[in-house]
Design a protein around this ligand. Sequence first.
Ligand SMILES: [Zn+2]
Length: 241
Amino acid sequence: MMTHLESQLRSDLAACFQMVAELGMHEAVANHFSAAVSEDGKKFLINPKWVHFSRIKPEDLLLLDADNPEDAKRPDVDATAWAIHGQIHQRRPDIRAVLHLHPIYTTTIACLDDPRILPIDQTTARYFNRMAYDEQYGGMADSEAEGARLAQLLGHHQRLLMGNHGVMVTAKTIGEAFDDIYTLERACTFLVKAYSTGRPIRVLNDDVAEKTARGWEQITDFSQAHFEEMKKLLLERQGRC
Ligand SMILES: [Zn+2]
C-alpha cells in the first residue's frame, strides 16, 4: 500500500521531469532524478531507463532499494542511475532529492579549465564557495565505485559540478533541488555571456559574495514557492485545473 509521502513524492518528481523538459534542460532519454522515500534514504524513486522526461508520469517512477543488488539487474534500471543515485541514497539519508543534468550553460562552465562559478551578480553569488568540483571525468559512470567516488566528492556540499560532464544537485526537498538547478543554469548563463563579451569582468568581493550566498540560504521557502508555482502552471497547461 502506497503511503501518502510516496504518492506526494511521485507527483512532485514527475512534475519536476516535465518542467525540466519544458525548460529545455533535458538530455533526451538520458539523465536521472531521484527522491528518497524511506527514512534511511535507501528506498528511493527514480525514472525508468530511456523514457523521455516529458512523458514521465507519477506511476512510471521505479521504487528501488539501494540495499538490494537484484534491483540493479532490472531491465528498466539504467546502470548509470543505479551507480550514482543508488550510492548517494545508500550513504546520505539526509539527502532527499538528487537531480543530475547536463544543462547547456552549466555544462559549458564545467568544461572550462577553471570551472569555478565566479560571483559576478546576485545569481552567481548563490554558489559562492558552495560547490564541490569533480575534475576526474573518466567516461560513463556505470560502476558502484564511481558512484561512491562522486558521493565522497560531494562531501558537505549540496552540489557537485562534474567537470567535462554536467552537474548534480541535492536538497532536502524536490522543490528546493528544482529551484537550485534552475538558478544554477541561469547563473552559468550570466557567466558564459559575461566571458563571451571578452571585456574585463568585475567579480564581487568575497564579503559581498558570502553575504549574498547566505541570503539565498535563508529563503528556502522562496525555492519551494517557485516549484509550487511551476506545478500550478504545469497543471493549467495540461488542463487539469
Ligand atoms: Zn551525466
